[in-house]
Design a protein around this ligand. Structure first.
Ligand SMILES: Cc1cc2nc3c(=O)[nH]c(=O)nc-3n(C[C@H](O)[C@H](O)[C@H](O)COP(=O)(O)OP(=O)(O)OC[C@H]3O[C@@H](n4cnc5c(N)ncnc54)[C@H](O)[C@@H]3O)c2cc1C
Length: 340
């Protein structure tokens, strides 16, 4: 039997903060996790450290203290301007090996899903992906990570008792935003960046702003998804209105993408994106496996289909059998009435 590692030197909660052009990204995910990190650090009686890498991030680092961080570990250099897996992994792992955080939290965004497993592998620790709840075990003082499993039918509680840091990625929209406290003060620790552009194996040639969708659909809390049964001009316009009322992102099936009504970055399924929103509204979608593989873990699925035997109903918590052209306007009307 191998001897148990001494974990007593590992202290504090770290939260990786995503930035773009030196500023916090439009998604509030990093701040949501910072707020949760604050609660965990308070329960453990330890410090909360925000970890930010980028170029010209000093101003953002100050903000993180006002949002609840005790310390900010800041790597500020032109070579870090754009996220690159290798450079970011190298720096975070080196700092974690030296400073020994007890917990390291990362957003379950495209960047976080790329970064977190690299770090956990390099540091020989575990990583619980896509958590919806985090807590501290009062007796053992260890992180308790909760995430849906088996298509959302059970909630799995995962512990990492023997390795450090305890790592989790966290879904967007499930943790509350922290409040801004102007009076907060903290320490900004500058990390020396020795990496050079010429050593980087990945070169960023150009950064293009996303035009198609206002938000990454994988981070959306609500998704209104169009199938071929909701594709007529009139019906698709109604869906857009419904999405607006629900503050949801529009997605759809592959055939809908092929009609040109939606872009590929919001196609859901095997050859598109996987989404796990709080609400997935499937309108005029038959429910083939190539589609459901990308949405089956959604918290609540509502399906509208005129065929009562459509497969999609097997994945739905609520089903409406009817013509989308008639049902969708009624939903819009009801939502407007509720809001009024
Ligand atoms: C290798 C491969 C990869 C694929 N990858 C993907 C993928 O990533 N994502 C994906 O979505 N598909 C993918 N597909 C395609 C997939 O197999 C299905 O063809 C597709 O998901 C069906 O799309 P749909 O439900 O919009 O259309 P359909 O299967 O045509 O279903 C339309 C549905 O709308 C209902 N309907 C019709 N009119 C109305 C109305 N007025 N009101 C209410 N309901 C109505 C019908 O009853 C029907 O159930 C892939 C296929 C292959 C072979």
């Amino acid at each position: 039997m191998t001897a148990k590692k001494d974990l007593s030197a590992y202290k504090g909660v770290w939260v990786f903060i995503e930035q773009f052009e030196g500023k916090l990204t439009s998604s509030t995910l990093s701040l949501e996790i910072l707020g949760e990190g604050r609660k965990l650090a308070d329960k453990l009686g330890s410090d909360l450290t925000a970890v930010i890498l980028g170029e010209n991030v000093a101003e953002t680092a100050e903000k993180l203290i006002k949002y609840g961080a005790d310390k900010v570990l800041m790597a500020d250099a032109p070579v870090l301007a754009n996220y690159r897996t290798e450079l970011y992994t190298d720096i975070i792992c080196k700092e974690a090996e030296e400073r020994k955080p007890d917990i390291l939290l990362v957003g379950a965004s495209a960047t976080g899903r790329d970064l977190a497993p690299r770090i956990s592998f390099r540091l020989h620790t575990g990583c619980t992906a896509d958590c919806t709840d985090l807590d501290i075990d009062e007796d053992k003082k260890i992180l308790v990570s909760t995430r849906p499993a088996f298509g959302g039918n059970v909630m799995a509680t995962i512990l990492c008792p023997d390795h450090r840091p305890q790592m989790s990625t966290v879904r967007a929209g499930v943790m509350a935003m922290p409040t801004w406290d102007e009076s907060r003060t903290g320490e900004i620790i500058k990390v020396e960046v020795t990496a050079k552009e010429e050593d980087a194996r990945v070169k960023v040639l150009e950064v293009k702003q996303h035009e198609a969708s206002s938000q990454n659909i994988q981070e959306a809390i609500r998704v209104v998804s169009a199938g071929m049964g909701a594709c007529s001009g009139e019906c698709f316009d109604q869906l857009k209105e419904l999405a607006k009322e629900l503050e949801a992102e529009i997605g759809g099936t592959r055939p809908v993408f092929e009609t040109g009504l939606i872009s590929h970055d919001v196609q859901i399924g095997q050859t598109g994106k996987t989404v796990r929103p709080e609400l997935y509204l499937a309108v005029g979608i038959s429910g083939t496996v190539q589609h459901t593989t990308g949405m089956a873990d959604s918290r609540t699925v509502v399906a509208i289909n005129k065929d009562p035997n459509a497969e999609i109903f097997k994945f739905a918590h609520y089903g409406i059998v009817g013509d989308a052209k008639a049902v969708v306007p009624q939903l819009i009307e009801q939502l407007k009435a509720v809001k009024a």
